[in-house]
Design a protein around this ligand. Structure first.
Ligand code: PMP
Length: 421
């Protein structure tokens, strides 16, 4: 949207150039699936904080829990101290998320962001195995600090580092080679051959659906093959569920459908459920080899986030209603978006997705951005992803109503047709 966006902050001299998202309005309020600008104009939000708002803006149940906690002067900043808010979260997470799935994980609070969770996962894997390199995939996105950036595929993003990044071995993600090469055979050979020049990596880090990379969906059997490869060659499997976790694909964890159990899992974005910064690094108990103080940070105890996270788990993950609703809607979204595919190169050229995460690919970034621009004019917020920003990405809150979903899909259809004219 950059080309239509006058700087709405032109008069605010202290606004530093970190290049804010260029929607040309100033937002003031947010409720459910809608944001409102300062003049009260509503926008349907199908971006949802890049997957941070799976339960919508200011979800009333989570808000009540937060307001009650603040009203009784609950601890807000508690470093990493034990607090009742943290204990309640850990208990809810254990009883409603981990135990029903027979997942044995220990829970670590690595810092407030998804990047922090990825850094902790990579560091732990390297520390435990004593090996340097990790494997990541084409088009992967794992964060912006040096370790996580090194595992990110997009070279434009990596260029921002300006210095050599930690060593990473790149593998083709599922579908990258269009089925022209057996999935893991070549890598298996390199790992088994002492003369191949490939040092055994500490870990493999993967997204089950690449969010920033263009909504690329890995098949369940591909993920199972990857888990098997990791097991055979004693590499730790890290699933980065920062964007696809917390129900985005249907199940709480996006890897559940494939029936795999990663060694390490990263979560952030929607874990607090309220858009409050919070992240988790989960790992098998035998990997818990941190020494006290070896990996710490000031903001690991975001107690208001623990409170809303607990309310989110209690509200949405003690039964299957949200999961069932997400899975039931996937088909509806797929067929509505499927109608927008065309053969003349001006309409969408490909559609990919699972659950409530969908990507509509266009011939180039200009077309995708024209669609987002028109959608904005019609009151729908959308973002692009993919190596050339050519994929329009749909991430509505999981709590979106049927009417809102239809409204958003209708606006998108009109925007695609308008951009194709
Ligand atoms: N991993 C994945 C898969 C992500 O999508 C993101 C954010 N888009 C991150 C890590 C980094 O999270 P954060 O922006 O909170 O640091």
């Amino acid at each position: 949207l950059t080309d239509i966006a006058p700087s709405v902050f032109e008069t605010v001299e202290s606004e530093v150039r970190s290049y804010c998202r260029a929607w040309p309005v100033v937002f003031e309020q947010a409720r459910g699936s809608r944001l409102y600008d300062e003049h009260g104009r509503p926008f349907l939000d199908f971006f949802a904080g890049a997957g941070s708002l799976n339960y919508g803006h200011n979800n009333p149940v989570l808000k009540r829990a937060l307001l009650d906690y603040l009203a009784r002067d609950g601890v807000t900043h508690g470093l990493d101290m034990s607090t009742t808010a943290k204990r309640d979260f850990l208990e809810a997470f254990r009883s409603a998320v981990l135990e029903p799935r027979a997942l044995p994980y220990k829970v670590m609070f690595p810092g407030p962001t998804g990047t922090n969770a990825v850094e902790a996962a990579l560091k732990l894997a390297r520390k435990i195995t004593g090996r340097e390199t990790v494997v990541s995939f084409t088009n992967a996105f794992h964060g912006m600090s040096l370790g996580s950036l090194a595992t990110t595929g997009n070279s434009a993003k990596r260029a921002g580092a300006g210095v050599p990044l930690p060593h990473v071995t790149r593998m083709p993600y599922d579908h990258y080679l269009d089925g022209r090469m057996p999935d893991f055979l070549w890598f298996e050979r390199l790992l088994s051959d002492p003369a191949s020049g490939l040092d055994r990596p500490a870990a493999v880090i993967v997204e089950t659906v690449q969010g920033e990379g263009g909504i690329n969906v890995a098949r369940a059997e591909w993920l199972r093959g990857l888990a098997e490869l990791c097991r055979r060659h004693e590499m730790l499997l890290i699933v980065d569920d920062v964007q696809m976790g917390c129900g985005r694909t249907g199940e709480f964890f996006s890897f559940e459908e494939a029936g795999i159990t990663p060694d390490i899992v990263t979560l952030s974005k929607s874990i607090s459920g309220y858009g409050l910064p919070m992240a988790l690094c989960l790992f098998r108990p035998e990997l818990d080899q941190w020494q006290p103080g070896e990996h710490n940070g000031t903001f690991r105890g975001n107690n208001p986030a623990f409170v809303t996270a607990t309310a989110a788990i209690d509200t949405y993950w003690r039964d299957h209603a949200l999961r069932d609703r997400t899975l039931a809607r996937a088909g509806r979204i797929e067929s509505a978006l499927g109608d927008l595919l065309g053969e003349d190169g001006r309409a969408a050229v490909a559609l990919r997705g699972r659950g409530m995460v969908w990507g509509l690919e266009f011939a180039d970034g200009e077309r995708a951005s024209a669609v987002c621009r028109r959608a904005f004019e019609l009151g729908l917020l959308l973002e692009t992803s993919g190596p050339r920003d050519e994929v329009v990405k749909l991430l509505p809150p999981l709590t979106v109503t049927d009417d809102e979903l239809d409204e958003g899909l209708g606006i998108l259809a009109r925007s695609v047709r308008h951009a194709a004219e």
